[in-house]
Design a protein around this ligand. Sequence first.
Ligand code: PHE
Length: 311
Amino acid sequence: MRVKILGKKGSLTLEFAKLKDMQGEEKKEFANSLNMQKDAFNKAFESKVKELNALALDEKMKENAQHFSYFDENAQVGALHPVMATMDKIIEYFLALNFSIEKGPLIEDDFHNFEALNLPKSHPARDMQDTFYFDDKRLLRTHTSPVQIRTMLATKPPIRMITPGAVFRRDLDLTHTPMFHQVEGLVVEEGQKVNFANLKSILEEFLIFMFGDVRVRFRPSFFPFTEPSAEVDISCVFCKGQGCRVCKQTGWLEVLGCGVVDPNVFKFVGYENVSGYAFGLGVERFAMLLHEIPDLRSLFEGDLRLLEQFK
Ligand code: PHE
């Protein structure tokens, strides 16, 4: 087609040749119209080439697809990892209550991970979380709480958020791995609308949603970023509170940290006259209790014999 129109003896080329015998206005007009035709042809030509190339690619893919769709008989269907399935169940509960889902970086700085959470430098509470540091003082976040700070700095109350994600600590034994997952929650309202009673009722219902028929108790505790603070226990899901090896004969299992947001945290993010509560939980721990998995580390080994049980 192109040779026929724009080749050496192409129809349009021959028309262009006539220009040399023309002059003035007539030549200008004729040249204009020829150029327009040439442009129109080139455009049409290019789009047709694209179309044909796409078709050719389609054909090729169809041919090769036969190889991809050839499944070995041993191919196995996977399943959601129990930690992710547990995370989904936690998220499901809070989504239904209109919480938003926020995200933050895994590599944090001192300000977001510690300082703005009311953990000044050299504060002994920093030892509660053994931190991985980079040479330039940045660090792997030790909890999901820095996302509270980031969200408060970026928006105004009311806030009703959870933030699920990986966290890192220098720890490794039966019940600790250097990477694990937390879900953090934060609620902030203007004025004094939010208090410990709200926190208590929402967490009680949440734990019954997760674990079914359990008793829930709040124990006074300490976190630098909440005041008052509590740790939350459920009656042991293994022995129903009778006392066993898993609950160390106490009948209770610790599952959550929480509290009313410390006024100092609000100062760091420039909030005035607000109230709020926060909580944080370890997803692996929830998964272990839900599925009676005795060793935390087995969740990270990718052993199909374990994972297959969750199909
Ligand atoms: N950030 C705390 C931890 O990782 C958990 C927590 C979150 C406690 C929010 C209270 C409020 O241990």
